[in-house]
Design a protein around this ligand. Structure first.
Ligand code: ATP
Ligand code: MG
Length: 579
């Protein structure tokens, strides 16, 4: 490809609304063009990167025996009603009516559609397991589209779905998929972490996310310094060092705390640290459907710690989503203002204590009376809980739950997510096969997503410098850029650049020849070759040609070297075959 025939849509200025480096560089390098909030076109340079990523994903899917299909973007409401998600999904699901007033949505994901295919096409357990995948455009009306294609409304995802006669087969495919994701991310040269994750509203039990560590990441991931423990912070548990075992229980006394209601106010008044307090949070218990119902539950945390809502709502009997009781309800039901609650037997509701609270001695808590707190409260003697659970949001430096060192917390970009869905969708959509006994049996399912366009952005987050993108060879839109300088001063330059270009093409190297004329200055040409991040560069100028040489530089290093004209392309072919 020659730049004179290419749409090199580079921009000098950093667009004002681009907050993170990948978004800035994708715009400046001319990879993408914004059409509307969260909706982008991929320009030729960006499209080449997308295709590279897609092909790596495709190869690794094919390698584990997954079969490529393509499902429609437009999906009928009836199918979503069958799974219960037409009601369950919020405004993220973009809905519309056709000319006959029939309801449809734009696919944010394809569990329903693929299950409909399989329930019609697959009748016997002998046809299983089956893994289908597609690389396709998704639409999600994200609440806060931002960061360019990182959190877009329209984006490209590879989504795969597996169908099984038994759980053991699901687990096997899940492991294969896990390994395929590892292989994909390694080929993209991304540093990454696989962490256990919450399966959220998609359902199912076991789930892992793949994260690329980056300060711009919207998630927090937690891993132990000494072991394999790694989890999304939403699911992470940790331990705090045990309090002093030696401490003797003091006399429990009630003290007047007046209007002090928050942890800070009570601490200031009593001149103690927040970690001496036990705080009592009141949430709604689950009704018969698991949703927040009428009954209340108390959750206990150390005063300096925060609640992990994901862990809390996963406790049997706690309403999901988690709903805090409002102040009036607390006053009415518990006969006490919210700031003075404590885990005394008089509270009269189920009490769940975080691990870190259970070892506390001589703590301070509300006395379940307006304007009063207890000092030197102790478990069993003064206060009580019904059960212990992990409901605390972990922090950097906490002890790892596997006993191996301490926890590190990092920001991460979620690039992939795999789930064991179990029978959630197949049951709802009545997707059955005849089992060995000839009886109809519901299939088990897994689903596996990886964000193709988000991966392009994540790659730039990890590989860039002041001057622009630094593509790994495997994702680069071109492997080699040949820049001709001052061609108007010497006919040799044009001829030699053209000859190198043809040699490169013949060697199967993806090459871009910057043949723009003198209107584009040498400085601009060199700067743009760096901005767009092509890994290898040859500069052909009258100066180097005088010695029968070209100048070589790698985008990864700073040094420039001279190579004899005849050796240049073979040398680059060698470097590419090593990478
Ligand atoms: P997030 O928590 O970031 O919203 P998700 O849990 O909704 O992600 P999945 O439904 O598991 O994501 O989708 C699979 C993959 O699709 C994600 O791991 C991510 O790489 C990609 N993806 C999801 N939402 C977007 C988006 N709005 N823009 C770009 N890629 C996305
Ligand atoms: Mg999402």
């Amino acid at each position: 490809m020659k730049t004179s025939q290419f749409l090199l849509a580079t921009a000098k200025e950093t667009p004002a609304d681009a907050e993170i480096v990948s978004h800035q560089l994708m715009l400046r390098a001319g990879m993408i063009h914004k059409l509307a909030s969260g909706i982008y076109s991929f320009l030729p340079l960006g499209m080449r990167v997308v295709r590279k990523i897609e092909n790596i994903v495709r190869e690794e899917m094919d390698r584990i025996g997954a079969l490529e299909i393509l499902m429609p973007m437009v999906q009928p409401a009836e199918l979503w009603r069958e799974s219960g998600r037409w009601q369950g999904m919020g405004p993220e699901l973009a809905r519309f009516r056709d000319r006959h007033e029939r309801e449809f949505c734009l696919g944010p994901t394809h569990e329903e559609v693929v299950t409909d295919i399989i329930r019609n096409q697959c009748h016997s357990y002998r046809q299983l397991p089956l893994v289908l995948y597609q690389i396709q455009t998704k639409f999600r009306d994200e609440r806060r589209p931002r960061f360019g294609v990182m959190r877009a409304r329209e984006f490209i995802m590879k989504d795969a779905y597996s169908f099984h006669a038994d759980l053991a087969s699901l687990e096997e495919t899940y492991r294969d998929m896990h390994q395929a994701y590892v292989a994909i991310l390694r080929r993209l040269k991304l540093e990454f972490r696989a962490v256990t994750a919450d399966s959220g509203n998609i359902g199912g039990s076991t789930s892992h996310e793949f994260h690329v560590p980056a300060d711009s990441g919207e998630d927090e991931i937690v891993f132990s310094s000494g072991g394999d423990y790694a989890a999304n912070i939403e699911l992470a548990t940790g331990r705090l060092p045990d309090p002093e075992a030696e401490e003797q229980p003091g006399d429990c006394i009630a003290t007047e705390t007046g209007a002090a209601a928050t942890i800070d106010e009570v601490c200031q008044l009593l001149e103690v640290e927040p970690k001496r307090l036990v705080k009592t949070l009141i949430v709604h218990a689950a009704d018969e459907n698991g949703a927040p119902g009428d009954d209340l539950v108390a959750l206990l945390l150390r005063g300096d710690q925060n609640l992990n809502e994901t862990l809390a709502r996963q406790i049997e009997g706690v309403g999901s989503p988690l709903r805090f009781a409002d102040d009036d309800l607390i006053r009415e039901r518990l006969d006490c203002p919210p700031g003075c609650l404590g885990p005394l037997p008089s509270l009269g509701i189920r009490i769940i204590a975080d691990h870190s609270v259970s070892g506390m001695k001589n703590f301070i808590c509300g006395a379940n009376q307006a304007g009063r707190h207890l000092l030197n409260a102790n478990w069993n003697r003064d206060c009580a809980y019904h059960e212990i659970a992990d409901i605390r949001r972990v922090r950097e430096g906490d002890l790892s739950p596997d006993g191996n060192g301490t926890l590190t917390v990092r920001r991460g970009i979620e690039v992939g997510h795999i789930f064991q869905l179990g029978a959630k969708y197949s049951e709802a959509l009545k997707a059955t096969v005849l089992n060995e006994q000839g009886k109809a049996a519901v299939m088990y399912m897994g689903c596996y997503g990886i964000g193709v366009t988000r991966l392009a952005a994540a790659c730039i987050e990890q590989y860039h410098d002041q001057r622009g993108i630094i593509w790994p060879d495997s994702v680069a839109p071109f492997h080699l850029i040949i820049v001709e300088l001052d061609a108007h001063k010497s006919g040799q330059v044009r001829n030699q650049a053209e000859a190198l270009y043809r040699q490169a093409l013949a060697a199967g190297i993806e090459v871009l020849l910057d043949d723009r004329d003198r209107k584009t200055s040498p400085g601009v040409k060199l700067a743009e070759s760096e901005l767009i991040g092509i890994p290898h560069r040859l500069v052909v100028s009258p100066r180097t040609l005088a010695d029968g040489e070209v100048e070589y530089s790698s985008r990864r290093g700073r040094e420039k070297s001279r190579i004899a004209l005849a050796k240049a392309i073979p040398a680059i072919a060698d470097m590419l075959s090593d990478s």
